[in-house]
Each structure stands twice: as C-alpha cells, then as structure tokens.
Ligand binder design. Structure first.
Ligand SMILES: Cc1cc2nc3c(=O)[nH]c(=O)nc-3n(C[C@H](O)[C@H](O)[C@H](O)COP(=O)(O)OP(=O)(O)OC[C@H]3O[C@@H](n4cnc5c(N)ncnc54)[C@H](O)[C@@H]3O)c2cc1C
Length: 364
C-alpha cells in the first residue's frame, strides 16, 4: 500500500475517517483494493477542511462519485478517498436548475423530463453522480452536458478557494474538459444547468430516430424512456441482474481520423468503416467497430475478463477477475487495434492506485 501517513503528522482529522475501506463494491467494475483512508463529508465546509488536513498529512485526496468510470488497482489507493454527500436540487426560474455534486445523475434526468425541462433527456440511464458529469463531458445519443451546463461551482485545490467556472472556462470537448485535463485540481460542489421549458430535442442519433419514428410528438419522458430501453439492450444501464453489468461503460473513446486515415482503415478492414463527419478532413470512427475488426468480437473472453456480449466497447469483469487482468486485456485490445489499423485508441475511465496514470501504455 505504499507509504503510511506522514508519521510526523499528528493533527486530528476534522471529520471521522475510516481506514482500509473496500473500494471494489463502490465501483461498477467491482475491482480493486481498499482506500487507506475514507470519509463522507456532508457539507462543503467539511469537504474543504478534510482536503486541507489530507494535504498537510501528505495524503492525496481523491473524489469518488458512483465509481462508474473508475479502475482501482488491486493494491488499493494510498490516500484519502472522499465520497461527499452534497445533494440538494432546486428548480429556479426559466429552466435554471441548481444541483449538488452527489445527486444521482439518472434521477436528475428523470425529474427534469417529468417537469418538461429539455436538455438532458438523452443522457438518461448513465450511472454516477452529477459532479462527475463535467469531468469527461458526459454524452450519449447526440447530447452532452456541455450543451446545458451554465456553470460549475468547485473547490480549487490550487488557489485553495471556492470558484465558479463558466461553461466556456470548462473547455469542454469530446469526453474531456479542463477538469479532466487538470486532474485533481477542481472538486465539483454544485452545478447550474440551463434547460428549455417545453423544448423538444433535435434527434441526432439514427437509432433513436428510428425508435421514435412512430410516436407523434413524443414527450420528454418518452424520449428518456426510449434512450434507456436502447441502452439496456447494450448493457449500458447499470443493472446487477445483467451478466455484463460489471463494466465502466465504454472502455475506449471513439477516434478522430483524417480522410487519409479513413481510407487506410477501409483498406485494412476490407470494408467501409462506419463514420461521422466532424469537419472537412475530420471523421469520427467508432472504436467498437475497430476492436471487432481487429479480432476481438463481442463476448471475447480472456481469463476472468473480456468484452461484453452485446457491446465490443465495454470491457467486463467476471468472478475472480483482478484489475491487473483487466488492464492487461485492455492493453492487448489497444495493441491489437494498433497493429491492425495503426490507430491508437485511448481509455475513457480514470485509473487509481496504479504506478502510472496511463497503465495501458507500454513505451515511455
Ligand atoms: C453502464 C455504464 C454506462 C455508461 N454510459 C456512459 C455514457 O453513455 N456516456 C458517458 O459519457 N459516460 C458513460 N459512463 C461512464 C460514467 O457513468 C460517467 O463518466 C459518469 O459521469 C461517472 O460518474 P461517477 O459519479 O460514477 O464518477 P466516478 O467513477 O466516481 O469518478 C470518475 C472521475 O470523476 C471524478 N469525480 C467524481 N466526482 C467528482 C466531483 N464532484 N468533482 C470532481 N471530480 C469528480 C473522480 O475523481 C474520477 O476522476 C457509463 C458507465 C457505465 C458503468
């Protein structure tokens, strides 16, 4: 478990801390060892005080939400894992909502759809907390939180002050943001969204369009319910009864390529790759397709880990799996795609407790 807490640090923590707390049951993959220290602050003041204590003690603080985008090392995490309890939801005027970082994301999408507040209904069924959504600019079925987040209230560990980050300053991009790039700097406390009262979403997803085709003027609840149904068929809703449920959702992000790379992929695959046009010379290619064409079909089993039987992008853990096995398999998939297509696919989840923050990389 690495070094112990700085032995010269004898200051009493400001809130109760638990020791050697199992993290596996707190993640959707269900893998990994314990947290050296663990606490659940219930107010912003408690969170900030315990972060300051951890920094003085030389223990890196990390924020845990629903654990749905995390791979925890088998050795566990030497540090202070904080799972805040900052709930609270208020519906303000003109479609503005304010919501605490710990509020369950899926519940929020449901409540907004019920109130006919449009903007996040296509993001229904995504597990985890509100506070994590700006980190990787959560997105699905043609929507992403960058479209509706007005601002993020966060504790900035660099300036040691609470700050408000505007949508623009979040620097959102595909599955990324400033909060992800400056990992560990901002601890999200609250978010403000601007939703549209009685609006209807632009359907940017073919599957969704097909499903909603027969419905006349579907309500936002119908939109959301249809998305959740589509997601269930791909095991993309966390359900412990589903044999593919132990995943972190998509393990790899989709790739952006040039026209020349797209042609090369086509040549190597001997078939037309599915793609979306992003700009004149930029195309997005689904990594799931590349993975299958590289020789890893859905349901591929590798020891106690493998690919979901219904979605090649989800790596799943089975009984007896370890994080190391999962990481080794992910590396094998990544290398397989590279050797077939000369394309690098990048992991989407965060890795905690590994000696390298990029454990899939083999080179320097
Ligand atoms: C079945 C399944 C389906 C999924 N589908 C999608 C999808 O369609 N689209 C998509 O984008 N993602 C998807 N995901 C990934 C995941 O659900 C999202 O990334 C989600 O936002 C993670 O939330 P969480 O609370 O579980 O974060 P965690 O896994 O707990 O944490 C993830 C990262 O966010 C940080 N973090 C958590 N809370 C905060 C906070 N308050 N402030 C600052 N940093 C914080 C953590 O420190 C960590 O670095 C899916 C996952 C699963 C298991």
């Amino acid at each position: 478990m690495g070094n112990e807490q700085n032995s010269t640090h004898r200051e009493t923590p400001p809130i109760h801390l638990e020791e050697y707390v199992a993290l596996a049951p707190r993640t959707t993959l269900g893998l990994g060892g314990p947290a050296r220290f663990y606490a659940e602050p219930t107010t912003e003041e408690e969170l900030i005080a315990v972060v300051a204590w951890a920094e003085r003690a030389g223990l890196p603080p990390l924020l845990l939400g629903g654990g749905s985008n995390l791979v925890v090392a088998d050795e566990g995490v030497h540090g202070l894992i904080l799972k805040p309890r900052l709930n609270g939801l208020s519906f303000c005027d003109e479609g503005i909502i304010e919501v605490g970082a710990s509020y369950p994301w899926d519940k929020l999408t449901k409540e907004c759809a019920q109130r006919d507040l449009q903007g996040i209904e296509c993001l229904g069924g995504i597990p985890g907390s509100v506070g994590a959504t700006p980190v990787q600019n959560v997105g699905a079925y043609g929507q992403e939180v960058a479209d509706t987040i007005l601002e993020v209230r966060a504790y900035d560990r660099k300036t040691k002050a609470i700050t408000t980050i505007s949508n623009r300053d979040c620097e959102f991009s595909y599955r990324s943001s400033r909060l992800k790039k400056e990992a560990g700097r901002f601890f999200v406390l609250k978010e403000k969204f601007r939703l549209l009262h009685q609006g209807r979403p632009e359907i940017r997803n073919g599957e969704l369009a097909q499903r909603l085709n027969s419905a006349e003027n579907p309500s936002l609840e119908e939109f959301r319910a249809t998305v959740v149904q589509l997601r269930k068929r791909k095991s993309m809703v966390y359900d412990p009864r589903d044999p593919n449920h132990r995943s972190a959702g998509s393990f790899f992000t989709n790739v952006e390529v040039t026209k020349e790379q797209l042609e090369e992929i086509k040549k190597r695959a001997e078939s037309e790759p599915p793609h979306f046009v992003l700009a004149e010379d930029r195309f997005k290619v689904p990594s799931a397709w590349l993975i299958e064409k590289a020789g890893f079909p859905r349901g591929t089993q590798w020891g106690n880990v493998g690919l979901s039987t219904v979605h090649a992008l989800a790596l799943v853990a089975r009984n007896g799996a370890t994080s190391q096995e999962l990481v080794d398999f992910a590396r094998k998939v990544k290398e397989g795609v590279f050797s077939k297509f000369m394309i690098k696919i990048e992991p989407e989840p965060q890795f905690w407790g590994f000696s390298s923050p990029r454990p899939l990389e083999t080179g320097p």
